[in-house]
Write a protein that binds this ligand. Structure first.
Ligand code: MTE
Ligand code: MO
Length: 367
């Protein structure tokens, strides 16, 4: 095979969305350098500091000037609105802790691995978000009787699947009217950092992160279902390349633990001293409250102690004391929510590598 052919083949293999069992690609490295995880030791904290919160940016961070920026609310409404940041800040505000997780969290652990942002387990964080609830604004604009959805469009755009589009997602009117859905302009008491959507983002608590459109530029009421790429092609549970599949919406139940002890630099394998070790972590779900967390020590599952949730849409802390004996051990954790959903011990594969909430596994050497 000629050099050119080899190159072409490599380029083909790295097409986004294809499953592979090969080594990590340059494209995945580029994406993982731009979109960072929350370090798992940040699970110690109720509220994730903004700089440690995970980050997912499909295209480039748009540079938006707060002075000239306006939010346009139009389409199938009785009264179109154009609002400045000050207009939105002048409205009644709510502040609430919300756990945000990327639907692709855990993707790189799947075998085969769908080529995309290669998350391990840290695509999650809980911030305290402040903003204006969306429902009163929609009432003010007055939705037309035949409006079926709202399309939320960001100021960023790029090419996916060969199509150039701004990042845009829709919600049904019913979903958009939920009281917790807000237009957020502050994160942990500070203006949104550029990477998290300055000056304004949509926040849809309980849903995977893709719904929470950053750098929000417009809200449009539409009379038929929105078919943009991020809505109708991306974010579907599929078994192969062809759709339609089921759209991804709410966050599946998950728990994570702070890896105990200290890591080896290169492998990040854990080394722990023998004796009592406090295992702790967080658990959350977008399908109802987490009601049980279990820790598996070498395959034997035991209930962990659960603390109250930080809020209706935020994680709960869990802990358990483990008396570590010298040798090699495998630690796992899994949660169950009030819908009865339990994290699986084995992978449940899908083509886009979404919603992989397989129970975490941490290998530990006790000395
Ligand atoms: N405009 C815009 N909004 C966006 C995205 C994006 O690329 N552009 N990424 C989405 C995805 S997939 C996720 S998981 C969350 C990530 O939010 P964060 O970076 O603030 O953690 O933003 C969502 N909103
Ligand atoms: Mo995401």
């Amino acid at each position: 095979m000629s050099k050119n052919h080899t190159k072409q083949k490599a380029a083909q293999a790295a097409t986004s969305g294809q499953p592979t069992e090969g080594p990590l690609t340059h494209e995945e490295l580029q994406l993982s350098g731009r979109n960072h995880s929350m370090p798992l030791e940040a699970l110690h904290e109720d509220i994730t500091p903004a700089g440690l919160h995970y980050l997912l940016i499909h295209f480039d961070i748009p540079l938006v000037s707060a002075e000239s920026w306006r939010l346009r609310l139009g389409g199938a409404v009785h009264r179109s609105l154009e609002l400045s940041l000050d207009d939105i800040k002048a409205r009644p505000a709510v502040t609430m802790p919300v756990t945000l997780e990327c639907a692709g969290n855990g993707r790189s652990l799947l075998q085969p691995r769908p080529l995309s942002q290669p998350w391990v387990l840290g695509a999650v964080g809980t911030a305290e978000w402040t903003g204006a609830p969306l429902a009163p604004l929609l009432e003010e604009a007055g939705l037309a009787r035949d409006a079926v959805e709202l399309v939320f469009t960001g100021a960023d755009s790029g090419i996916q699947g060969g199509v150039e589009e701004p990042y845009a997602r829709s919600l049904s009117i019913e979903e958009a009217m939920h009281p917790e859905v807000m237009l957020a302009y502050a994160m942990n008491g500070q203006p949104l950092p550029p990477q998290h959507g300055f000056p304004l983002r949509l926040l849809v608590p309980g849903w995977y992160g893709m719904a929470s459109v950053k750098w929000l530029a417009s809200i449009e009421a539409v009379r038929s279902r929105f078919t943009g790429w991020q809505q109708s092609v991306a974010y579907h549970y599929l078994q192969g390349p062809d759709g339609p599949g089921l759209p991804v919406s709410h966050i599946r139940v998950r728990s994570l633990m702070v890896p105990p002890g200290i890591p080896d630099f290169f492998t990040r394998r854990r080394v722990v001293d023998a004796g009592p070790v406090m295992l702790e972590g967080r658990a959350w779900s977008g399908h109802g409250e987490v009601e049980r967390v279990e820790v598996g020590i070498d395959g034997e599952w035991m209930p962990a102690h659960l603390e109250p949730a930080l809020g209706d849409f935020a994680w709960r802390r869990w802990s358990m004391v483990w008396v570590a004996s010298p040798g090699e051990h495998v630690l796992r954790c899994r949660a169950m929510d009030t819908s009865g959903a339990l994290q699986s011990n084995e992978q449940v594969w899908n083509y886009q590598g979404l919603g992989n909430n397989m129970a975490q596994r941490v290998e530990v050497t006790v000395r």
